[in-house]
Design a protein around this ligand. Structure first.
Ligand code: SAM
Length: 345
């Protein structure tokens, strides 16, 4: 059984720690359930490529997720592609809600979506046991939003989705916005207002070289420093303390205590040293880093008849190989073979 390669904590009752060779404890699993998407966001997709990778059956995702959970995963985030396009997503959430962590707690269950189909699914997802959603929105005015997504009517659909999710109790509801200089950085102050008015947490994310095309340059990245300066000029910000060591967002509230914004800065202030994540792609490959050059074919082994003990052994061995850090912006940086939409963001 795989526990041979797991270390133990010095607690009174030792329990296995699922960690990599750099001593990072892995407790966060991101699972892509499809690489199809109904949006063609201009900074993410060329508009020419469609789905590129197969999808597993819902029962197959469930078997693999169960194995990860038995090793120490406490949080599962479903993503894609667009996860709400995936038939069986509500049933998958329902099954995941029955799982327990190795310490007997329910999993923390989250989902990242573009929000287009959320209006009709938010209530069902909440009832099925989902805790939270993160909605991706890259503009707060309809024209800019639709220019980015290349889908007419997308802004009003997503706004309905955001409000439905908030009303269903999928909270705290987070909105993720990827900023590109000269493209949607005029939306920064609008998003700060949106966070306050809609009662949502807005998180700005630095653009990473993970697009299908070739758009990324260091100059196009709008950094944490610039974002907080711009918002601070609009209304003074107060930094909030990190809730745990692995927190990826720097969090702020406003001087009057109303609203929260955050900045995730993988480019200007990389947080690889605290990374607790591992990813499973829609076709069942393990990726130990967004920027991995290699993928690990877990599903291939499962399809070939490996039993649970063999799969666990393979997962533990793979996680050991997790990269120390990414190399964005360094000479010789290589883009990964898959772009964000096909990895699972
Ligand atoms: N369809 C879902 C959605 O829209 O949230 C999930 C998949 S999407 C690829 C996940 C997130 O990745 C989105 O917030 C998107 O903005 C973000 N993203 C895509 N390309 C990115 C890039 N190059 N750098 C940073 N974030 C990126």
């Amino acid at each position: 059984m795989a526990s041979a390669s797991l270390s133990t904590t010095s607690d009174v009752t030792p329990h296995p720690r699922f960690e990599d060779s750099h001593g990072r404890v892995i407790h966060d699993l991101r699972v892509s359930v499809t690489d199809r998407c109904n949006y063609k966001c201009v900074y993410c997709r060329t508009g020419e490529a469609g789905a590129q990778y197969p999808e597993l059956g819902i029962d197959e995702y469930l078997r693999l997720i169960r194995l990860f959970v038995s090793l120490g995963i406490t949080k599962v985030r479903l993503t894609g592609g667009e996860p709400l396009l995936r038939r069986g997503i509500v049933e998958l959430v329902q099954e995941l809600a029955q799982l327990r962590t190795i310490t007997g707690e329910p999993l923390e269950l989250a989902l990242t979506t573009n929000g287009h189909l959320l209006d009709s699914l938010a209530g069902q997802l909440k009832t099925a046991g989902l805790n939270r959603v993160t909605v991706s929105m890259d503009a707060v005015d309809a024209a800019t939003f639709e220019r980015i997504t290349r889908v007419e009517g997308s802004f009003s659909a997503v706004l309905r989705g955001v409000r439905a999710a908030r009303d269903a109790g999928l909270t705290p509801l987070k909105i993720n916005c990827v900023l590109l200089r000269g493209f949607n950085d005029d939306q920064i102050e609008g998003f700060a207002r949106f966070a306050r008015e809609e009662g949502v947490v807005v998180r700005f994310i630095e653009f990473m070289p993970l697009e299908e095309g070739r758009l990324w340059t260091p100059e196009i990245v709008v950094t944490l420093k610039e974002i907080t300066k711009r918002i601070g000029n609009w209304m003074p910000l107060v930094e909030l303390p990190a809730r745990d060591a692995g927190e990826t967002a720097r969090r702020y509230t406003f001087a009057d205590g109303v609203g929260e914004i955050g900045v995730i800065a993988p480019v200007s202030q990389a947080f690889c040293g605290a990374c607790s994540r591992v990813r499973l792609t829609s076709d069942g490959k393990i990726r130990t880093c967004l920027f991995s050059q290699v993928e690990h074919d877990l599903y291939g082994r499962m399809r070939a008849g490996a039993d649970d003990a063999e799969l666990l052994e393979y997962i533990v061995r793979t996680v050991q190989e997790k990269e120390a850090r990414h190399h964005i912006g360094e000479p010789g940086f290589l883009k990964p073979s898959r772009s964000m939409v096909h990895i699972g963001g």
